[in-house]
Design a protein around this ligand. Sequence first.
Ligand code: FAD
Ligand code: FES
Length: 300
Amino acid sequence: MNTHSPQECLPGQVMDAQQETAKVVSQRELAAGTYAIRIAAPSIAAAIKPGQFFMIRPTEGTDPLLGRPFALYDTVLDEAGTPIAFEFAYHVIGKMTGIMSGWSEGEQVELWGPLGNGFPVYSGKNLLCVGGGIGYTPFLAVSRETLGHRQYGTDGSRYESTSAANRVTLCYGTQTKSARADLTDFDDITGLDIKISTDDGTEGHHGFVTDLIKEMFDLPETERPDGVYCCGPEPMMHAVARLCFAANIPCWLSLETPMACGFGACFSCVTKVQTEDGEWDYRRTCVEGPIFPAETLAIS
Ligand SMILES: Cc1cc2nc3c(=O)[nH]c(=O)nc-3n(C[C@H](O)[C@H](O)[C@H](O)COP(=O)(O)OP(=O)(O)OC[C@H]3O[C@@H](n4cnc5c(N)ncnc54)[C@H](O)[C@@H]3O)c2cc1C
Ligand code: FES
């Protein structure tokens, strides 16, 4: 088992965040109501790391007034390997995501990011990523980074103390097959294994994604995951954390707390966290998160 500590979740790099107006390059459908948008923003693309997010809003109008947070799906490189754009994937649920689904090439958007801490560079050998619904999106870049296919951000030194993992497994659960996103983007990631579950049994395992995790935790020690990264609906993340506690496997959760500013000013995003001295306190998900070691959170 590896020995990550909560301190490995670095504080959010608000100082690195930039605000800019950028253009949509393209938009494509990944599943019913789920899309990926590519944005030409070279400086954010060069700086952003897996698990970090950015805020976005239209440049015109005041409704919605507040930006909305979205996680990195992946960066886009030119032929020389220089980041020129990034993509994020989203599911349409309300006002902003409804507007976004109508965006096409050339749309001007206002962005600020990268924000938050991101997932720590994984230092174990066998990482399990668990995505519920749209929560699978951070794990494209996480898989590439963990398996040593790609480095992200401007601080290459953060890779010095780790070597690439042998294996990444993505357990991806959705309610039904039509909600499962097209996973072609994951096809070229050697060393990645994908397991699907659907609540209604229309694809993959019939049942919750946590059933797949139980099976993986029952594997012989040489095949069992030595760490878990998880993103999705809160009840699913709590269930995953409970399984990890029972199996003594370290787990990190990416919280999707609603946010107003994204950079630490409004305190609309606080979550209860256990500090090093064992006391409970509140932390801003946008700055000190969105990734937290599960053992520091109030898991119900
Ligand atoms: C750090 C972070 C990263 C995220 N990354 C992604 C991503 O990569 N892809 C993606 O699709 N979504 C992501 N989200 C969630 C995304 O921000 C919301 O779906 C989005 O803000 C909804 O905006 P809207 O205007 O369309 O919905 P609204 O009109 O604001 O809301 C519609 C309904 O959804 C509820 N709602 C809004 N936000 C949330 C939330 N975060 N959790 C639960 N319920 C909510 C509202 O209460 C309301 O009932 C992320 C959230 C966070 C905090
Ligand atoms: S969203 Fe404003 S402090 Fe976190």
